[in-house]
Design a protein around this ligand. Structure first.
Ligand code: ACO
Length: 335
């Protein structure tokens, strides 16, 4: 539970959104590059060399966005030792909802028995950072105290399996965290989200998009990407937003214990790491295992580093992501 149950902090104290639980769900079906090469004109060597990806998990029909989100949410609650009835908001970041409406978040709310309110948030691969930022604002405004923030994606359903330039890059999965209202003194020694920053440039909407919509049964849509342009923007914008968040906290890259980047592509992760000057040992990498799971990628990577013991209480964790929109952002949390 949170350190305090008060809604209004004492004089000289501030409300902080503390990250108290982490959960994840990966589909049952594990597909290696070699197995994919039986269905698509590609090779393990090409995929590994260009992206670092070795395998991905692909959802079966019963592994829907809501199902995976619910599993991840339950795990995050169990990790925090918090009952579902105590949850007063569910924010679900996804570009692949089960239905146009109701929001997949309300399906999760019903499945776990949470209270309060629930809604989906669409910011493609940056969705989890966007949802964290919004949840943090809700908590600090006193609108909610226990918020589930989830990223859940089934990109396998929006892949053009004839386009080898994109279909090899993505995987399915879900990750979730529980944020709980706590208190701090306003310094960067506080536990919780210390600063979060989000951005979008709508004029770059045509370099990464889905050419249809859930509401169009004639054309549910496939992902389309101009990979080199995305790459160019990704390295520059992700480095900038991480610096922005550090400056807002009066910290430098040397203060960071872990960088948990969006897991799109090893070359982007390396490029951002080099620009920031952060040692590779401090960068959490799961793109080799999960491929790009869009809004689920950051919480899935965080969960991996948490369960293998790398991420520990009190450490400073920088998260960042960039995706269709373009959207991008970063969030710094003391775990
Ligand atoms: N297997 C084998 N060959 C392939 C494949 C494949 N899966 N895909 C493309 N090729 C071939 C092409 O046909 C082309 O062949 P040609 O030279 O004979 O015409 C050659 O490989 C080069 O194709 P490009 O598309 O130019 O490949 P590029 O070197 O740009 O690499 C990649 C593609 C890896 C996607 C790169 O552009 C990149 O890293 N982009 C970053 C964007 C990214 O990773 N996006 C992920 C989603 S967005 C996000 O989450 C931020």
């Amino acid at each position: 539970m949170a350190d305090t149950q008060q809604s209004i902090p004492q004089a000289g104290r501030v409300i902080r959104s503390q990250l108290t639980g982490i959960g994840a769900y990966l589909p049952r079906d594990l597909i290696s590059n070699d197995e994919l090469a039986k269905r698509v004109d590609t090779s393990d060597a090409w995929i590994r060399e260009r992206t670092g990806i070795r395998q991905r998990y692909l959802a079966q029909p019963d592994e829907t966005c809501a199902f995976m989100a619910t599993e991840a949410a339950r795990m995050a609650l169990a990790d925090a030792g918090v009952a579902a009835e105590a949850v007063d908001a569910v924010l679900l970041a996804t570009a692949t909802p089960d239905q146009a409406f109701p929001a997949t978040a309300v399906r999760v709310q019903a499945a776990i028995g949470a209270k309060g309110f629930a809604f989906d948030l669409s910011a493609a691969c940056s969705g989890f950072i966007y949802a964290l930022t919004v949840a943090d604002a809700l908590i600090r405004a006193g609108q909610a105290r226990n918020v589930l923030v989830i990223g859940s994606e089934v990109y396998s359903r929006i892949m053009n399996w004839e386009d080898r330039g994109t279909c090899v890059l993505f995987g399915d999965g879900a990750g979730a965290v529980l944020l709980q209202a706590g208190e701090g003194d306003g310094s960067h020694a506080d536990r919780g989200i210390l600063s979060a920053h989000i951005h979008s440039h709508g004029d770059l909407g045509d370099i990464l998009y889905v050419d249809g919509a859930v509401g169009r049964s004639d054309r549910p849509g496939h992902l389309v990407m101009h990979g080199r342009e995305v790459f160019r923007h990704a390295v520059a914008k992700l480095s900038e937003t991480v610096q922005q968040t550090l400056v807002a906290c009066g910290l430098t890259i040397a203060d960071i214990d872990w960088l948990v980047p969006h897991q799109a592509n090893m070359r982007i992760i390396d490029g951002v790491g080099r620009r920031l000057g952060i040692p590779a040992e401090k960068v959490v990498v799961t793109v080799d295992q999960h491929a790009n799971t869009s809004a689920a990628s950051v919480p899935l990577a965080l969960h991996a580093a948490y369960t293998d013991g790398r991420v520990k209480r009190g450490q400073l964790i920088m998260m960042e992501a960039l995706g269709g929109g373009l959207t991008w952002g970063s969030a710094l949390v003391r775990f």
